[in-house]
Write a protein that binds this ligand. Structure first.
Ligand SMILES: C[S@@+](CC[C@H](N)C(=O)[O-])C[C@H]1O[C@@H](n2cnc3c(N)ncnc32)[C@H](O)[C@@H]1O
Length: 311
């Protein structure tokens, strides 16, 4: 079976991994790593709210929301006057639990506010290919690429005959569709990925189970993920995007991994311990070789002026 269909069944079929499992039990995303991530996003939401002139209803949609951990934390971080106007929606194929949030399986449209998708696109099923042919789950070649996939490969991932290409067209389409759901505001996706000229030499497709990286299994027993071609997703969703590393985005939003001054330890030991703990969480979120190396792809839509955090 070709990679995309096998991945779709394994993750989202009747006994699929994400249908049964809680993502936080298997891997650590920025959303799970620290409340500092939600706090930074709350500051960004406030900037969008200001740019929109504080609308009566501010949409806040999380696509691939897991169990609502990020939305719940984000709502708690918003100032009350903004929180009171927010309409939070979690879009999720799997079982849902968090209260105070509307849940649905499809994208709401005509949004005024912020659409978020953290570590969603890497779980959107895709095809793998080599030398102009689709690969099956054993990486054996099959049918030739469709004209659309061949064009994507030629444009975004020129490769030698032995190289495996991870065809990002399905992610491009998913992201472009999500961005069209926003009438005014911001669409933001955060994920691990790569750009033209720096595509990975070896396949990135892998699995996670109970916190460990494992070979991807197609029986629904592991997560299956694959890095995202961020530049092709950006181009598919139209002009006017901002693409930056998480470490830069978070620093602009006030997340600082520097240690507090040692003098604080003697003047206010409790404050020192709190600041040290925040600095260590910030360091995890901004580490260049870890979460800090993830990409933020943002599309401001219909905003009168650039957002301070993204300009
Ligand atoms: C890696 S988890 C990320 C969870 C959370 N956003 C985070 O950052 O921790 C990906 C989630 O996206 C969900 N998902 C994937 N495709 C989806 C789709 N088309 N619609 C809704 N949810 C989807 C999966 O069920 C899974 O819960």
């Amino acid at each position: 079976m070709r990679w995309r269909e096998a991945m779709a069944r394994a993750l989202y079929g009747p006994d699929g991994f994400f249908v049964r499992e809680r993502p936080a039990d298997h891997f650590r995303t920025s959303a799970h790593a620290s409340p500092l991530f939600a706090a930074a996003l709350a500051r960004l939401v406030c900037q969008v709210d200001t740019a929109l002139g504080a609308p009566a209803v501010l949409d806040l949609v999380d696509v691939g929301a897991g169990r609502g951990e990020l939305l719940t934390a984000l709502l708690a971080e918003l100032p009350a006057p903004v929180r009171g106007r927010v309409r939070p929606v979690g879009v999720e194929v799997a079982a849902r639990s968090a209260g105070g949030i509307s849940w649905r399986t499809d994208l709401p449209r005509g949004l005024t506010g912020v659409l978020l998708a953290t570590e969603w696109l890497d779980n959107v099923p895709l095809e793998l290919a080599r030398d102009g042919r689709y690969l099956d789950t054993d990486l054996d070649p099959g049918d030739p690429l469709s004209p659309a996939d061949a064009a994507w490969a030629a444009r975004w991932w020129p490769a030698g005959p032995d190289d495996v290409i991870e065809l990002g067209r399905t992610r491009d389409e998913a992201w472009a569709d999500a961005v069209t759901a926003v009438s005014a505001g911001l669409a933001l996706t955060v994920d691990y990925g790569h750009l033209s000229g720096q595509r990975p030499p070896l396949p990135t497709a892998t699995g996670f189970r109970h916190g460990r990286e494992v070979p991807p299994a197609f029986d629904g027993s592991t997560d299956i993920t694959c890095h995202v071609a961020m530049d092709s997703a950006a181009a598919a969703a139209g002009a006017g995007h901002v693409l930056l590393r998480q470490r830069d985005a978070l620093r602009r939003l006030g997340v600082d991994g520097r240690r507090p001054p040692l003098a604080l330890a003697s003047t206010d030991p409790a404050a020192y311990v709190r600041a040290l703990s925040a600095a260590s969480a910030a360091a995890e979120l901004t580490a260049p070789s870890g979460l800090g190396g993830h990409w933020w792809l943002a599309h401001p839509i219909g905003l009168p002026e650039p957002l301070p955090a993204l300009s």
